[in-house]
Each structure stands twice: as C-alpha cells, then as structure tokens.
Design a protein around this ligand. Structure first.
Ligand code: F6P
Length: 354
C-alpha cells in the first residue's frame, strides 16, 4: 500500500466490480463516497474562513436562521452545509437523501442504487467558538420505488458510513464494512490515508457525558458515573478522567484514537426520553465505525445497529466506545441487581447527590 494513499486510489483498489449488499455495486458506493468527500472538502474550506465568508454584520456561520424537524435551532452553516451535500450527491448514483436539515427525504434520482442519510453539520453549537464540528453520513441500499423505506433500514444494512471532522486537521473517517480508516485533507484538497484498521482499546479510564444532566438520569446511568467518579477509592479501583466537547464527531475521534466511552442516555427532561442523538444519520454511522474498530455501540440495553428505525428523525439513547465499558453500562441498565451488587458503596448517596 502507498504511504498516504489518496482516497480515490484507495477506493479504486477496493472497487474491483464485485457487488456490495443489495443492488448497489462497489462502483456506486465509491462514487457516492467521493461525492461526500467533495462536499466535506467544500464545507471544510467554508468553515476555515469563519466570519470572513460573509459580511461583517450578518452574524456569520453561527447566525440562527430557523428550526429543523426535531426542534433544534438551525444555524446558517447548517443550511449551507446541507445545500453543499445535496449538490454534491446529485453527481453520484444517489436516489434519495435523508438530511437532519430537511423534514422529508429529498428525491434525487429514482433509479439510482444508493440512499444517503446525513447530518450535514454536527455539533453546530461549537461553530462560533472555533471548536471541532463535522459531517456524518450513512450509505444504504436503495430499494426501487421505496425511498422512505430505504432510509429506515437497520444499521446492519449500511453499505458504508463515515464522518468528516473539521478540527485542527480535517479528517475523513470511513468504513466500507471492513475496518475503520482515516484520511487527512492535505493542502491540495486530497484526502490521504493516515490510519488503517483502527483498534479501540477494550478497557479505558475516560468517559464523556454531559454531567449537567445528572439529576435527570435514571439510576443505572447515575450508578455508572458515580463509580467512575469514585475513582481508585470506589468499586472500579482506578481513577477516571472526563471529557465533554459537545460535538459527537469530536468525541468519536477521541475514542477511536485513544479509547473511552461516550454516553448520551435518555433522561427525564421533556423531549429527552430517547436522548438527543438521531438514530438514522448520527447513531448508526457512528456505531458502524466504532464496531469496525473493535468497539461497541448500544442504547444501554441493546445493540444500536439492530434497531429498525420507524422515522428518519427518531432519537435514540447512545452509549459507545471501549467494549468493556459499554458492556458494563448495559449490565447496569438491564440487570437492576447489578447496581446493588456492584460495590460496598451501595446504599450511599451518589457523589453529586446531597
Ligand atoms: O447532534 C447533536 C449534538 O450537537 C452532538 O454533536 C453532541 O454530542 C450533542 O448534541 C451535545 O448535546 P448537549 O448540548 O446536550 O451536551
């Protein structure tokens, strides 16, 4: 393999004309990935310019311009990124696109082989503070005449999944269903392979959760976090570190690089019973990337990739990362006795509780 092989060459090597799942050929998958890479390149360039992309008083990329189907604020960059992705996918064999920024699926070419689910700009609360944000995508086989159903397949049927992260480097993290690989955008606009077959350490001492929601979580999640916070003196017998960036792609990149566990559980807040993240265009692609790197992705009660979505914008509780930690959360969630049995601290109040 060439050092720093270019994405198009890498895909050409993979291609070879054999069929992927369903009716889509590897050529269809490759062409769609290259179109997404083109969109990510454009979005990356746009982000780099920050406020310089517009007029001094137009509010920049972070200006609030509307609300999406899920009730989230839409920033100017959300919509710009959505438009860039749609234009790029028109050049690929894509039948339909399900985007976070559009209430309904967008039909492109009825006879084409691929359906794409996409979050064009993930982590948009980080735009104006110059922190990492991204684009997440999932490729599914398109069933002729069934654009909606094509997008509502379980994550196990994904042909490919990936995200771009716009951070100090722009990276494209990709799986075609066999291994998870990283490409870095160079100064000439080429994505070049910098890491193959990532492997997440099954054990970790780092967790990521929005701890401000502690009082809204159920007992199992509180117990898991209490145990991490108890550190060397608690049932885990070692100290844990915490990180929370508020950007799913940034948390995923950290976990793919050095292990860790991410949790966005359901909680008691209105509208958060199923957490915050979207199954079809956030949890499923991240879950495939994580599993292909040896990690696990769960609702806390079962595997993300086995869920059959019932709507494009459905939310799902998401726990992913180092396999041992994800299994521990599942254990606490699915077996109430495990919380009581877990430590001599049982019966004491949690560390955040009075
Ligand atoms: O897509 C939603 C998102 O921005 C994710 O990127 C991130 O993980 C999460 O929301 C942050 O949520 P909160 O602001 O509730 O911590």
């Amino acid at each position: 393999m060439d050092a720093f092989q270019e994405l198009s060459d890498w895909l050409a090597d993979w291609q070879g004309g054999t069929r992927a799942d369903g009716e889509a050929t590897r050529a269809d998958v490759s062409a769609t990935i290259l179109a997404m890479a083109q969109a990510c390149r454009e979005i990356s360039r746009l982000i780099e310019t920050g406020p310089l992309a517009g007029a001094p008083d137009d509010g920049g990329h972070a200006a609030v311009v509307g609300e999406n189907a899920g009730g989230d604020q839409q920033k100017a960059l959300d919509l710009r990124a959505h438009d860039i992705v749609i234009e790029a996918l028109k050049t690929a064999p894509v039948a339909v696109v399900g985007s976070e920024e559009a209430d309904e699926p967008i039909l492109l070419s009825e006879d084409a082989a691929i359906a794409v689910a996409v979050d064009p700009l993930d982590g948009s609360s980080n735009i104006d503070v110059n922190m990492s944000i991204g684009t997440i995508f999932s490729l599914l086989p398109h069933a002729a005449g069934k654009p909606q159903a094509s997008l509502l397949r379980p994550g196990t049927e994904q042909l490919a999944a990936g995200y771009a992260i716009y951070g100090p480097m722009t990276e494209l993290v990709l799986t075609l269903g066999s291994g998870t690989h990283v490409f870095v955008l160079d100064r000439h606009g080429h994505f070049r392979l910098t890491g193959s077959d990532l492997a997440i350490d099954p054990r970790t001492s780092e967790f990521a959760i929005n701890a401000s929601n502690y009082r809204h979580w159920d007992e199992a999640i509180r117990a898991y976090i209490d145990d991490c916070l108890s550190g060397a003196e608690g049932s885990r017998g070692r100290d844990f570190n915490m990180r929370w960036i508020g950007s799913l792609v940034a948390e995923a990149s950290r976990i793919l690089t050095r292990g860790g566990v991410f949790l966005y559980p359901g909680d008691q807040r209105r509208g958060y019973g199923e957490g915050r993240l979207r199954l079809v265009y956030e949890a499923n692609p991240i879950a495939l990337l994580i599993e292909q790197a040896g990690g696990a992705a769960s609702t806390g009660a079962g595997r993300i990739l086995d869920l059959v979505p019932d709507n494009l914008h459905q939310r799902v509780p998401l726990v992913f990362g180092s396999r041992g930690e994800v299994e521990r959360v599942e254990h606490y969630t699915t077996d109430p006795h495990s919380i009581g049995d877990r430590s001599p601290l049982f019966g004491r109040r949690g560390l955040f509780r009075a």
